[in-house]
Design a protein around this ligand. Sequence first.
Ligand SMILES: NC(=O)C1=CN([C@@H]2O[C@H](COP(=O)(O)OP(=O)(O)OC[C@H]3O[C@@H](n4cnc5c(N)ncnc54)[C@H](O)[C@@H]3O)[C@@H](O)[C@H]2O)C=CC1
Ligand SMILES: O=C(O)C(=O)[C@H](O)COP(=O)(O)O
Length: 331
Amino acid sequence: MKIIADSAIPFLKGVLEPFAEVRYLPGKAISAADVRDADALLTRTRTRCDAALLAGSRVRLVATATIGFDHIDTAWCATHGITVTTAAGCNARGVLQWVAAVLAHLSRTQGWQPAARTLGIVGVGHVGSLVKAYAEAWGFRVLCCDPPREERERCGFLPLEEVAREADILTFHTPLDDTTRRMADERLFRQMKPGAILINSSRGEVVDGDALLRSGLRWVLDVWEHEPNLNPQLLEKALLATPHIAGYSEQGKANATAMSVAALARCFGLPLEGWYPPEASPSVPRPIAWQELCTTIGRIYDIEAESRRLKERPGDFESLRDRYAYRREYF
Ligand SMILES: NC(=O)C1=CN([C@@H]2O[C@H](COP(=O)(O)OP(=O)(O)OC[C@H]3O[C@@H](n4cnc5c(N)ncnc54)[C@H](O)[C@@H]3O)[C@@H](O)[C@H]2O)C=CC1
Ligand SMILES: O=C(O)C(=O)[C@H](O)COP(=O)(O)O
């Protein structure tokens, strides 16, 4: 059995070698020739998994160690007998902590308390639900938009325009698909309060960057159209700018690797079900009060320094990600 694995998936080396030949390659460099005689591909967002990569190969499983899977042509895989698995929810708490760092920064630099702000959440899945629960506990007025969930559950979520009109801060947590590509566009921005803040840690293509520049809004971005080639104006004017690392917590990465290994174990009958990286420290989910958050988050995660680094050296976008010191989840 042969496995091609993205060399930036942490905690993986040595785990699969007793059962397979494993070749580690940088995600961007994985080619059709590399996967032709492989049985499985363990991937991240940096490898486009489509007909151009997979046609004619013997790959039976594509397991992505990420939540998002817009880099995979799932329809093509389904019609060609390739199982696709994702690491659903793996790093949701990492993204929560990134959002928390953003909110604490905005509160400190703009001099408001949560009770004075309405937070709009678009997409209330693994990430959005955590953001909702913590933000409500911190005292924000929270309004949510998630049409698929509203349709299924009738849970009182609102249409996008209504949330956008009311929000002082609007944060996006949807997948990238045909319903969400550029959902944040000129028409939406016109309905928002002047100077409202848009936060995007979903996918860059969910937001129309050119329209954002013309909008009179303010923004915090972790994800960008055309990564790693960032629009210099969007970058310069961002209140905070980070290199697609919102989910880069140690536990999030460990969960992602464990879920990918479990997918391989299921698909190929390997005795690795239940494996978890022994070197990863456990997550400690707990409530955290707003004051405690504001006084502790900077010690764990200096988002301001990270933003300065990206603004000074946008060309280092990928290397900042590759050399990232994964943050510890502490709530
Ligand atoms: N920046 C980063 O490092 C990370 C980014 N992500 C991105 O965040 C996205 C969300 O992650 P999760 O919450 O785990 O996904 P999820 O699949 O658990 O939740 C997504 C939610 O969005 C909703 N949704 C779908 N279409 C919508 C629409 N048109 N309008 C409003 N809501 C809609 C779904 O019903 C679902 O409840 C991922 O797909 C991924 O692209 C995820 C992890 C890390
Ligand atoms: O999980 C996702 O979806 C993400 O966007 C990741 O956190 C970033 O993924 P990679 O850098 O591991 O491709």
